[in-house]
Design a protein around this ligand. Structure first.
Ligand code: PRX
Length: 627
């Protein structure tokens, strides 16, 4: 298959595309005008038809689509016909508010069935959804709403997390006060608590539908290249970028890779533990499993609430066959011990997946032994928000490709990946370099919303003609790929992506801060931990109270994932003569390491300068710690 996909990619992807329902077949499989790839041009289809309508025409209408588990123990089970009914009801609610094809709709919701249902309802009428992770702050919500120009945001009165209620509606209210494009807020009832209300702007979802009526909204037959969604992710600048995904290419790609990698079937019970607010949730909770007619598990709350075995309990309760999660979660469970999963019957599991960050061999082995009980292969899937779906991943069952713990193994069919040096020259086995993709693939992003120049610069300028992933990788003698973390200033905190530039621009707006540099240090559980080096404005004194204020400021500006693990107050920032911050020096101090090989200093400092800065800073940081 791989050879066929490389020799004749268009024929290969056309065969895959025929597995979906098209209202009109494409004229051309690929229109490649670098750096833009447009797939299945001339074709027309609808994403909600792929995920729902196709199934209700078969026996699948009465099978489970969604098993929902609320954190507080509530449950709901939706069949495909219920999902079909709700998608139509919600689509009609959107139409009542004047939403039509091409409009942007923001979603800021807890993990409840209404979230995927609304995504599908948007897709049904050709509206473009932008889901905002419900852990983000009002400021982050506002930035995203403004960037897309969304007129409508959908939220809930609240959501449960570790027994507490997250006041989502209040956060949206705060955001709305500085979002001029926003006209309406739809509120879904989840907790029933009292919430502030703005008559004329706020609408309860229930008031837009008559419970006794049947609704049918004709699916909008959109062009294959019509945007399905915009999802914001961090890059190397202070502002997150809106990744735009299309309809036809994205759906075809995900439909195929979930079959190859997860062997997903209509009878599968598939549980991806990510939040729908990240790309993993978009592809692995909504579009891919539903396009296969599988049943998904959707869990609202925290993994360790009310006890450490909540997840293992859910697997036993619903008979989950495929579990897809992150190395951070595995490491967290590993720390609590195998006695927690041991209490449960996990025999329904057939396959395990990992995503979001490199999985260390110890965590892999623990996952394999204690969750898969040495029966289930682990698929370590490498991909990104930009790639839409899996790129490098094992395809279990192919005997010629045994798994290697810690390696994502090989590129999937259609994916032409390579590891190159700074000049773009392919590296021999055993050498670390930059991971690039040399051919377009159907899940490739369409653009960065409203910023084609940034699209060109971020992905296509570094290695002209190839897509730059921003990751380090290495191939071994057997051709296996080992992913070695980000090559740019992007951190992975518990698998979540956040840029140092974004954290710096949020910190600098704290009134006491004069200058800040953010670096990461390795964290045993979370992968990366956030370390801040801060110089203060004249008259400001370092103190624990100020550390708390800066932390709170970051939580308010970005969200709780931006909480720093360590803040160092320094008198001066170590800089080169040309004024560049010596990040390697900061990183070494933050991780308690030595400076290492100074001959290839990335930040252009002379060896002597760097050494001096390192020693000075080490002293200050030790003083900081003692204080
Ligand atoms: O560094 C890689 C890491 O996550 C980055 C993409 O992050 P995001 O767009 O948030 O998407 C995460 C979920 C797809 C990549 O550039 N990454 C993702 N999967 C893996 C990984 N690193 C190593 N191994 C993986 N399996």
């Amino acid at each position: 298959m791989y050879r066929h996909s490389m020799d004749n990619p268009e024929e290969f992807w056309a065969e895959e595309a025929r597995k979906l329902h098209w209202d009109k077949t494409w004229d051309k499989v690929l229109d490649w005008q670098p750096p833009y790839a447009r797939w299945f041009t001339g074709g027309r289809l609808n994403a909600s038809v792929q995920c729902v309508d196709r199934h209700v025409k078969t026996w699948r209408k009465s099978k489970v689509a969604i098993y929902w588990e609320g954190e507080n123990g509530e449950t709901r089970v939706l069949s495909y016909s219920t999902l079909y009914r709700d998608v139509n009801r919600f689509a009609s609610a959107l139409q009542k508010l004047g939403i039509k094809k091409g409009d942007k709709v923001a979603l800021y919701m807890p993990m409840i069935p209404e979230l995927p249902t609304f995504m599908l309802a948007c897709a049904r009428i050709g509206a473009i959804h932008t889901v905002i992770f419900s852990g983000f702050s009002a400021q982050a919500v506002c930035d995203r709403v403004q960037d897309t120009g969304a007129r409508l945001i959908i939220t809930a009165d609240g959501g449960y997390r570790r027994g507490k209620i997250i006041p989502l509606k209040e956060i949206v209210d705060q955001a709305a006060s500085s979002c001029p494009t926003l006209e309406k807020i739809i509120v879904v009832k989840r907790t029933g608590q009292k919430i502030p209300w703005n008559e004329g702007r706020d609408v309860w979802l229930s008031s837009l539908m008559d419970d006794n009526a049947e609704y049918y909204v004709k699916p909008e037959s959109v062009e294959s290249t019509h945007p399905l969604y915009i999802l914001y992710t961090s890059g190397t600048t202070g502002k997150p970028k809106g990744i735009v995904h299309g309809t036809g290419g994205y759906l075809v790609f995900n439909h195929s890779v979930y079959q190859w990698v997860f062997d997903i079937k209509e009878e599968s019970v598939f549980w991806c533990t990510a939040d729908v607010g990240w790309v993993t949730g978009h592809s692995a909770i909504v579009y891919a499993p539903l396009s296969h007619g599988a049943a998904i598990v959707l869990y609202e709350g925290a993994p360790d609430y009310p006890a450490i075995d909540r997840w293992w309990d859910i697997i036993e309760k619903y008979g989950v066959n495929i579990l897809y999660t992150s190395p951070t979660a595995i490491r967290m469970f590993m720390r609590h011990g195998k006695e927690w999963p041991e209490k449960h019957d996990l025999s329904s599991l057939e396959l395990l997946g990992s995503v979001g960050e490199p999985i260390n061999p110890e965590a892999w082995q623990w996952y394999y032994r204690n969750i898969g009980r040495e029966r289930c292969p682990i698929v370590d899937t490498w991909w990104q928000t930009e790639t839409g779906g899996f790129m490098i991943s094992p395809t279990p069952g192919i005997e010629a490709m045994p798994l290697k713990p810690g390696s994502a193994t090989h590129p999937l069919p259609g994916i032409d990946a390579s590891v190159v040096d700074t000049d773009g020259k392919e590296l021999p086995p055993g050498q670390k370099g930059y991971l690039i993709i040399r051919k377009p693939w159907p899940g490739m992003l369409l653009d960065i919303y409203g910023n084609p120049q940034r699209y060109q610069e971020a992905f296509w300028s570094r290695f002209p003609g190839s897509f730059y992933t921003g990751d380090f990788a290495m191939r071994d003698e057997d051709g296996y790929f080992w992913l070695l973390g980000r090559a740019d200033e992007v951190l992975k905190i518990a698998g979540h992506r956040i840029g140092t530039a974004e954290l710096e621009s949020a910190t600098i707006s704290q009134p006491a801060v004069a200058e800040v540099a953010v670096v990461s240090r390795p964290d045993e559980i979370k992968g990366d931990a956030i370390v801040l080096f801060v110089t203060l404005k004249k008259g400001q004194q370092p103190s624990d109270a100020l550390k708390k204020e800066i932390t709170q400021h970051l939580r308010n500006t970005v969200g709780s994932i931006a909480s720093p693990d360590e803040i160092y107050f320094v008198e001066t920032m170590p800089k080169t003569r040309s004024g560049k911050i010596m990040r390697r020096v900061l990183k070494a101090v933050a991780s308690g390491q030595t400076l290492g090989d100074l001959t290839t200093l990335e930040d252009e400092a002379s060896v002597e300068e760097a050494k001096r800065a390192f020693e000075d800073l080490k002293k200050t940081s030790e003083k900081n710690k003692q204080a």
